[in-house]
Design a protein. Structure first.
Length: 359
């Protein structure tokens, strides 16, 4: 795949970041008392997603001079829908076998809203599919973000424009998160968009060489990593996060990612590139989709904690690995080859007058 200004298309350490994020979510859903902040793993995914998708969009603009939105959404569907359909089928089968203690609506409704990526918008208890709210947030953001990048040049050039948007959405969430339970509207996309934009800000800075060099210092990565882990360990209530905490956490995640990118050969990056950790990160999407239906089904067996962990983790691993090797990896290879060919063709077809000039 083409690169931007000599930057490698492969970004070391990011599979390790995915592994940290999914590990936090899994531990949180296993109900380990000392780790109630594990749900912040979702926020790591938001920042990472905003960075990676925006970077790819900027790459296409640089190389081809335009964005083919139809092909962008087709690639997204090829990446996301095959494992999601497997998760929906798994959920339906498990529901038929063991039922759902939490379901207050017909199962087909939960399957439908999850399949349409609108779980976060519908007032419906998802039960087996409760984790799909964050997928809805991301896909709703990406319905508009590529077009915004294409039509508003400042978004792909100016870090200050993006920073202003981040502050605006953060303030909006803080001002509107009132009442006895400010967290109840967490899944609404405009309450999460600042974290996706933080990832986009990192992408713009990375592509335009605007990342401050002091972020490369080894102590920065160590301090920020400690802050992120500390936040996940000590968090007992998410109400403060609705009042600016999510923005601060997202900025720390972005600093951590920047430190990894600027130090690909240092100890922290190499540790996150360790094959078992990177492998977990590579299949993190499948783990995220499959773990909750399996966990909910295993709960019906009435097992104590250790057998519950052993059975639910093993079953999740088996389904995830099978999905990866039989479905996801072959489709991903086709998707990447198709994208590379499309990008190369667009580059050859474009003329200097058609190209988008970037600073």
């Amino acid at each position: 795949m083409p690169t931007i200004e000599g930057k490698s298309d492969y970004l070391p350490g990011l599979d390790g970041v995915r592994a940290i994020a999914i590990g936090a979510v899994i531990i949180d859903h296993t109900f380990f008392g000392p780790f109630t902040g594990g749900g912040l793993g979702v926020d790591i995914f938001f920042v990472l997603s905003g960075f990676l998708i925006t970077r790819l969009l900027l790459m296409e603009l640089r190389v081809a001079g335009r964005l083919r939105l139809g092909r962008f959404y087709t690639r997204r569907a090829l990446r996301l829908y095959p494992p999601l359909l497997i998760a929906l089928a798994l959920t339906f089968c498990l529901f038929l076998i063991v039922g759902d203690d939490y379901s207050t609506s017909p199962t087909w409704q939960a399957l439908l809203v999850a399949g349409l990526y609108i779980s976060n918008l519908v007032n419906l208890h998802q039960g087996y599919l409760v984790q799909t709210w964050s997928l809805g947030v991301e896909e709703q953001f990406y319905l508009f973000w590529p077009l915004a990048l294409l039509l508003i040049p400042a978004l792909r050039r100016s870090r200050w424009t993006l920073l202003a948007l981040i502050v605006a959405f953060s303030v909006f969430r803080s001002v509107t998160s009132t009442g006895p339970n400010p967290y109840e509207n967490r899944g609404l996309p405009w309450y999460c968009v600042d974290e996706l934009l933080i990832g986009a800000l990192l992408a713009v800075c990375w592509v335009n060489d605007q990342i401050p060099r002091w972020l490369a210092k080894p102590w920065v990565g160590a301090v920020v990593a400690a802050c992120l882990v500390g936040a996940m360990v000590v968090t007992r209530s998410f109400t403060p996060y609705m009042l600016g905490g999510y923005t601060i956490f997202g900025l720390l995640v972005a600093v951590f990612i920047a430190n990894l990118l600027l130090n690909p050969r240092r100890i922290l990056s190499r540790a996150l590139e360790w094959k078992p950790i990177a492998a977990v990160g590579q299949v993190s999407y499948g783990i995220y989709l499959f773990h909750n239906p399996i966990f909910e089904a295993v709960k019906h067996l009435g097992l104590s904690r250790i057998p519950f962990i052993g059975l639910s983790y093993s079953a999740t691993a088996i389904v995830t690995v099978a999905s990866w090797f039989l479905v996801e990896r072959p489709i991903n290879r086709f998707r990447k080859r198709w994208h590379a060919k499309s990008l190369a063709s667009a580059k050859l077809a474009s003329t200097p007058d058609q190209r988008v000039k970037e600073n």
